[in-house]
Design a protein around this ligand. Structure first.
Ligand code: ADP
Ligand code: ZN
Length: 523
């Protein structure tokens, strides 16, 4: 009987074929499990080296490895890299000519390839499945597995059918990998892609070399220019929420003599490819892009990522900043957010005719993101906590660096909380801010909130400062949305302690201190 390949053999192939000295953290355990024949779900941060977890076994096992991958560009890069290493690999997708695809299929049936990458919509076709089965496919790798989740930000309907294709393919071993999976997404991946519970490997999401910072937009262009100035001659990505934003910002930056190139889905494919190529090849290109840019781009030395607008969600934020510093060297991130961004996102959620359950989840995700923007606590702690990870203050974020003025927030918190209680938790930050400041808006009058004792007790702060305080209380888990009734705010146990004056509370001001000054930092 043939013995199973072991880790020593895997290490030999790692060195001889891939030219890497050793495994990266996490890879060895996953490879061992793949070689043992287990079904696997691996959640590892971007840049951790997930591809190797199926590419290397493909070389050690007798059968054909099929990789389903959502992006043609990503497929092409991986196949190119494999070919350069002398690994016979091919891709079946819609950018090949019909003739190319037919030739690849013929070669597959002759056993010419170790790996074949297939676009999901093609993979699920009955003819493709039957061809792959005849070609001896027995390992199915699913890249970017979170695309199966309709709660996720990259939902791909074709991924839904993957689970049902398994029988037609003859029940291959499954290795699903992703960088993004919070609890609900993880559960959905397991349910949709695996016939039985897989072995799970979850590596820390921490990317300690990324400096994290978030700022309210006050002079966004200046804020972005300051970031670029700190990284003269280095590569960076600036994400904008819209194509128009991309165009405008590219113009502004170019006028300042910065080598900036736009990237968005409205540009011709050749232009996009050319700009991406410039970015990857050169060291000093700043790419100004919508979120259309980035998935699958393997550029290790991106030194900064900036969000000119609020990102789509915490996961999107994490994935986008994750494109910086893949080489492990220090890299800088800055996220700008504004009240208009938040309003726009709220409107998009409300105007969307999604199911109520979905809307509620979207609202909650937005709240979490805003809470991260407004948090008085270490950014990394807050970010990792959103992925279920406990950690200590990091020392490498704007909050830890003491760039924000801090103040004793007990009284302010008590005012917000009593406003919440007096309005039965039915109203959100904007309404409560008007209430505290004593603005008799239409809504305030309609609900007779101008008659409440809390009306006008908070004139010491501005509207947006109150909003910020509200979000900070949420970030600190002092207030939360009711479990049953998500449209209702209530106080947590910690919140009640602050309300009774039994706990201390430090909040932060709304504007970061000018660089160089440092605030009294109390945790
Ligand atoms: P992910 O899919 O997890 O974001 P990739 O699989 O694209 O990451 O790998 C990121 C980079 O790390 C690639 O350039 C890859 O070649 C490299 N890499 C992977 N494993 C190793 C290793 N053991 N040693 C050195 N480099 C590695
Ligand atoms: Zn920190």
């Amino acid at each position: 009987m043939q013995t199973k390949p072991d880790l020593d053999e895997a290490r030999r192939v790692l060195q001889e074929v891939f030219g890497f000295a050793d495994f990266r953290p996490g890879q060895a355990e996953i490879l061992q499990a793949v070689l043992d024949g287990d079904d696997i779900l691996a959640i590892m941060p971007t840049g951790a080296g997930k591809s190797l977890c199926y590419q290397l076994p493909a070389l050690l096992r007798p059968g054909l490895t099929v990789v389903v991958s959502p992006l043609i560009a990503l497929m092409r890069d991986q196949v190119e890299q494999l070919k350069q290493r002398g690994v016979p690999a091919a891709a079946l997708n819609s950018t090949n000519s019909g003739q190319d695809n037919a030739m690849i299929e013929a070669a597959l049936l002759k056993g010419r390839y170790r790996l074949v990458y297939v676009a999901p919509e093609r993979f699920v076709r009955a003819d493709t499945l039957s061809m792959l089965r005849r070609a001896g496919a027995d390992l199915l790798a699913i890249d970017e597995a979170h695309c199966v989740s309709q709660w996720g930000h990259d939902f791909r309907p074709e991924y839904r059918a993957l689970g049902e294709s398994l029988v037609a393919l003859g029940r291959p071993q499954i290795v699903a990998v992703t960088a993004t999976a919070d609890g609900p997404t993880r559960a959905e991946i397991m349910e949709r892609l695996f016939p039985a519970e897989p072995r799970q490997f979850i590596r820390s999401f921490d990317r300690p070399n990324l400096r994290l910072a978030m700022q309210r937009k006050h002079k966004p262009v200046q804020q972005i220019l300051a970031m670029i100035a700190r990284h003269k001659g280095e590569s960076g990505i600036i994400y904008c929420a819209s194509r128009k934003g991309v165009e405008k910002l590219t113009e502004i930056l170019s006028a300042q003599g910065i080598f900036a190139l736009p990237y968005h889905a409205g540009l011709a494919p050749e232009i996009r490819a050319a700009h991406q190529d410039m970015f990857v090849r050169h060291e000093n290109v700043v790419i100004v892009a919508t979120i259309a840019f980035g998935m699958g781009i393997d550029k290790p030395d991106v030194r900064f990522v900036c969000h000119a607008d609020l990102p789509g969600s915490i996961e999107a934020y994490y994935q986008e900043i994750g494109r910086a510093g893949r080489d492990g060297l220090p890299a800088d991130t800055l996220t700008l957010f504004g009240e208009a961004d938040i309003r726009l996102r709220e409107r998009q959620i409300e105007d969307n005719d999604a199911a109520p359950e979905r809307k509620r989840l979207d609202r909650r995700k937005l709240q979490e993101l805003i809470a991260l923007c407004e948090t008085p606590r270490c950014r990394r702690q807050t970010l990792l906590a959103a992925f279920g990870e406990q950690s200590e203050p990091c020392g490498n974020c704007d909050i830890c660096e003491g760039r924000w003025p801090l103040f004793d927030g007990v009284v302010a918190a008590q005012k917000v909380m009593s406003a919440i209680l007096r309005t039965s938790g039915r109203f959100f930050s904007g309404h409560l801010a008007h209430l505290l400041i004593g603005h008799a808006t239409e809504a305030i009058k309609r609900h007779s909130h101008d008659l409440l004792p809390t009306f006008g007790v908070g004139r010491e702060f501005t509207l947006s400062e109150w909003r910020s305080i509200f979000h900070q209380l949420h970030a600190l888990n002092l207030i939360e949305q009711d479990e049953e009734d998500r449209d209702r705010w209530c106080l947590t146990q910690g919140g009640r302690a602050v309300l009774r004056g039994e706990a201390e509370l430090t909040l932060r001001g709304e504007m970061a201190l000018p660089t160089g000054r440092s605030a009294d930092i109390r945790k």
